[in-house]
Design a protein around this ligand. Structure first.
Ligand SMILES: *[C@@H]1O[C@H](CO)[C@@H](O)[C@H](O)[C@H]1NC(C)=O
Length: 265
């Protein structure tokens, strides 16, 4: 009975405009408004891990405490970008945020935004009556209420805190590597702007690597590095060397893609 009341109470609080109130008791923010949801997932400074739930779904009930524990595992995490945790009640946001979801719970990891939101053409003013009409017929949508689907990664693995944590860390690592490779390949980028010394060193290492590599040797070099990684598990213990090899592989991949598109011309 109480459980049934929860969505009703949330709905009332939304109608009363308590939209940004957060349920802070367990640290997972319960989404109370569309603005709050989109502001969070469109952050350019953090990842957002979201659980989409309903009160009638059995597996959602089992997920909830695990999600809280997952959030706790990140309490002392200082790796950048940070991760935020949200819960969306799809009984309230079923026709908006959760529209088209095949089942519950759903878990999404949303990457930080890297491009500006696409705002509509402001040069053409929209008549007030048209805006009011759109609002009343529910055609009103805020231009900030958009989410680039390419930033959304669905999590389909086991729903225990440790597995979910490894997933987040793997995505964050991979994104960081991709970003670093882009910076290394960007001739106008000087590694001095890196905030951390070890990132600066890795960046410079990458720059030297692409300067010295013979463009004929890209594929051979990649094969060699892949072999080294495959047959030397203990490399993972030496983080610096491991990161250097991963960066070189990423650089080789991107250079090989580039050179193959050149060949087609
Ligand atoms: C995020 O956006 C703000 C405002 O546009 C900007 O000042 C800031 O540097 C951005 N942060 C990152 C990490 O891109």
């Amino acid at each position: 009975m109480i459980a049934r009341l929860v969505p009703l109470l949330q709905l009332i609080s939304i109608l009363l405009g308590l939209g940004h109130a957060k349920q802070a008791s367990n640290g997972v923010d319960l989404v109370m408004s569309l603005d709050q949801y989109y502001d969070t997932v469109n952050s350019n400074e953090s990842y957002t891990m979201v659980e989409y739930t309903t009160s009638w779904c059995h597996h959602c009930k089992k997920l909830a405490p695990n999600f809280v524990q997952l959030k706790r595992l990140f309490d002392d995490d200082s790796t950048r970008p940070p991760v935020r945790f949200l819960e969306v009640n799809c009984e309230i946001f079923g026709s908006t945020i959760c529209s088209g979801f095949p089942g519950f719970p759903m878990i999404h990891l949303i990457q930080p935004r890297t491009r500006p939101l696409e705002m509509p053409d402001q040069s053409q003013p929209v008549a007030l009556w048209r805006r009011v009409f759109n609002y009343l017929t529910s055609k009103y949508t805020d231009p900030r209420w958009q989410l680039d689907p390419s930033r959304v990664i669905e999590y389909k693995g086991s729903r225990d805190p440790k597995s979910m944590k490894s997933f987040i860390e793997a995505v964050r690592k991979k994104d960081k590597l991709l970003k670093m490779a882009e910076k290394v390949l960007d001739e106008s980028y000087g590694c001095k702007s890196e905030s951390y010394e070890q990132d600066q060193q890795l960046c410079e290492y990458g720059k030297r690597f692409i300067q010295d590599i013979d463009s004929q040797d890209l594929a051979k070099e990649r094969l060699k590095l892949e072999n080294i990684l495959q047959h030397n598990d203990e490399l993972k213990d030496n983080l610096q060397v491991y990161n250097e090899i991963k960066l070189k592989l990423q650089l080789l991949n991107q250079l090989l893609v580039k050179s193959s598109t050149h060949d087609e011309l």
